[in-house]
Design a protein around this ligand. Structure first.
Ligand SMILES: [Zn+2]
Length: 664
């Protein structure tokens, strides 16, 4: 599944003990992009240094009524360092600063990923990100109180508890207090309609759930109410599984930017995607859960990011498990398939994952990480797993924790030593290749001699093996620790065959016959190649633009006869030219199941040798251009038929698991 949400979790590098306080009063006029603020801050050091965006400047600074002289350095990377020397005996300093913020700009790279954002303002929406240098941070971690004023018609929101609010013809004012150590402040404003649902809590104060939607979104029947109800459902679900929700509310905030962020107490989602059903069904729960994992227990980034894997496992994957065993298997296949599409040179250990920066990192930081939790729960059982989760939360909420703290919690809960398990899945790159090398019935007819081989050095694993009889099957879990493991398995009858891990519950390199080619292999290829069929100028332009949208690395354009070997190749052209090119190079023709359908057809070519080949074939150049926006979203598919920009059919080529016959 393509996630449109990139979770940008906040980096925490300093010690929590240093948490200091920042009081901030902000006046923001989004239409004029005018920003004015007064900060009352208790810096951690007397030589107070802080960054401000280059469009903002300190107008005055004082302590105890006495004026101080701030100095500013040169602008570097869009921000400059300011210095204020605090006189002896002075703890707090007042800083007045102001400026005109940059206009809202989507700041997207060619793959639609947000780069580091400056503070931005516009009447349709303003976003002042935590990393945008729009306030003088007293230290790396601090608690804050933020008073914000925006003109009438606008609303503003920030992470924290809403403790005061008023609106009249003069404007909208709100106060947000964040008592826990935060590593920054995100401030958002927009012409929103606000809906609210108060949910009583046994512990006292009611939870304040809100939507901050655009007028159009708010007018969609049932949408805001649906989000409020679903938010409540997710909060209750995770409070039950983990521990009480640690904040006073949660808001779903519409953004003019096309992607999404998870922050403490809120999620800032592209207005374009809020209507999509899977956002409410999946991404909302994922972002809510980050209030426990990431914004509740902080990630110790120096030691690796466990929170995306655990959140994916307890949200996205858990919802699939709830839907059906098949849906859950499909998700596991997706993880293994995505990983198989990463070239061996790009394999990195999970312990090194920090954040999603490209497809290869996501395959490890989300997929492998979530699978680690699947394997862990298979090994220690549901009960110990749940106990480990709850004690990890209890012990580490609002402190930084790494994989070793997670391991300790699960060891305590299960009474098992898990050092080897975590070590091999975290610190080794890649994964084992596994196969059944032999299956033979002993003379008694009741004992199966099974040989399982894996690539060296061997992993220690429990591997499920399906024993297939004439009239059914059963699964046995086999402990494997060596590159060639021989085990005897007592069986009630002679089986017809055996299948290794058909449900894909073990992280490993899948065989080619379990791996139908999917488009993502081209998308994330390190040095992809592009061949264009035909000579028409408009086709060449459309093909070039499409390749630029689709590939993470710009492709090299090669002649058509390059299909024989090398790195992943994509052939793009009009139908007749494509058919000719395939025939001339002795390649499989257009699949009959696709032929004649839609205005464009995209397919991967399953073949055992030669360069991986994918084909994009269209009726005319306009039909190619229509794929620019939608095609990058279909990375998990082997084939897609488009009518204009709409996918009307799609699928993955079938990949039967191998049944190993039992020798008698
Ligand atoms: Zn996430």
């Amino acid at each position: 599944m393509t996630r449109v949400l990139a979770c940008l979790l906040l980096a925490l590098y300093a010690t929590l003990a240093q948490a200091a306080q920042l009081d901030l009063q902000v006046e923001l006029d989004p239409a004029a992009r005018r920003f004015k603020a007064v900060a009352d801050v208790a810096p951690a050091t007397k030589d107070f240094r802080f960054l401000l965006h280059e469009d903002l400047a300190v107008t005055s600074a004082s302590a105890g009524g006495k004026a101080l002289r701030p100095t500013a350095g040169a602008s570097r990377g869009g921000a400059r360092e300011w210095r204020i020397a605090l006189p002896a005996g002075v703890e707090r300093v007042r800083i007045d600063y102001a400026g005109a913020l940059p206009a809202l700009d989507r700041h997207l790279d060619h793959r639609g990923v947000l780069r580091a954002l400056p503070p931005m303002a516009s009447a349709e929406g303003s976003f002042l990100p935590a990393g945008g240098a729009w306030y003088p941070a007293p230290t790396a971690l601090f608690s804050y109180r933020l008073d914000v004023t925006v003109p009438a018609g606008q609303r503003a929101v920030a992470p924290g508890t809403l403790t005061a609010e008023s609106a009249d013809a003069g404007g909208y004012r709100a106060r947000f207090e964040f008592d826990q150590p935060a590593d920054g402040i995100d401030l958002m404003a927009g012409p929103w309609v606000v809906r609210e649902k108060m949910v009583p809590r046994a512990s006292g104060e009611a939870l304040r759930l809100r939507t901050y939607f655009t007028r159009e979104l708010d007018a969609v029947p049932g949408l805001a109410d649906g989000y409020l109800d679903d938010t409540q459902r997710y909060l209750e679900r995770y409070a039950g599984q983990i521990g009480a929700y640690p904040f006073a509310g949660f808001s779903v905030v519409a953004s003019p930017l096309p992607t999404g962020f998870g922050m403490p107490t809120l999620t800032y989602l592209g207005a374009d995607v809020i209507r999509l059903p899977f956002i409410r069904a999946t991404s909302l729960g994922h972002e809510v859960l980050h209030n426990w994992w990431g914004n509740g227990v902080y990630v110790d980034y120096a030691k690796g990011n466990w929170s995306e894997g655990l959140t994916t496992f307890m949200a996205d994957y858990a919802y699939k498990e709830q839907a059906s065993a098949e849906a859950a298997r499909e998700m596991r296949l997706g993880w293994l398939r995505d990983f198989a599409a990463v070239s061996a040179g790009d394999h990195t250990p999970l312990a090194g994952f920090r954040s999603r920066t490209h497809g290869a990192a996501a395959a490890v930081g989300y997929g492998k990480s979530a699978m680690l939790f699947v394997m862990l729960r298979d090994m220690i059982g549901d009960e110990a797993f749940g106990k480990g989760i709850r004690s990890f939360w209890e012990k580490h909420r609002f402190t930084r924790a790494g994989w070793s703290e997670l391991r300790a919690a699960f060891e305590e809960a299960s009474g098992k030593r898990l050092g080897e398990f975590f070590d091999q899945w975290l610190n080794r790159a890649g994964g084992p290749s596994l196969a059944i090398a032999g299956a033979r019935m002993g003379a008694s007819g009741k004992r199966l001699q099974l040989t399982i081989e894996q690539s060296a050095p061997a992993y220690a694993m429990r591997v499920p093996v399906e024993i297939v009889y004439q009239d059914g099957s059963e699964t046995r879990w086999i402990d494997v620790t060596r590159a060639r493991e021989q085990v005897d398995v007592d069986l009630p009858a002679t089986p017809a065959g055996v299948r290794l891990d058909p449900e894909l519950r073990v992280w490993r390199m899948l065989d080619r016959d379990q791996l139908p080619p999917i488009l993502r292999q081209w998308t994330i290829a390190r040095s992809p190649r592009l061949a264009i069929a035909g000579d028409a100028q408009d086709v060449h332009e459309a093909a070039g633009a499409l390749a630029q949208r689709l590939f993470e690395t710009p492709p090299r354009t090669v002649p058509l006869d390059a299909v024989s070997g090398g790195t992943p190749l994509m052939l793009i052209g009009l139908h007749a030219d494509v058919d000719t090119a395939l025939a001339r190079n002795g390649l499989p023709p257009r699949p009959p199941s696709l032929s004649g359908k839609g205005t464009a057809q995209v397919w991967t070519v399953p073949r055992n040798e030669g360069a991986p080949l994918a084909v994009v074939s269209a009726e005319h150049a306009g039909a190619l251009r229509a794929l620019l926006r939608p095609l990058p979203h279909y990375g998990a598919q082997s084939w897609i038929i488009f009518d204009g920009s709409r996918a009307i059919e799609r699928g993955v080529w079938p990949a039967p698991g191998k049944l190993v016959k039992v020798a008698l």
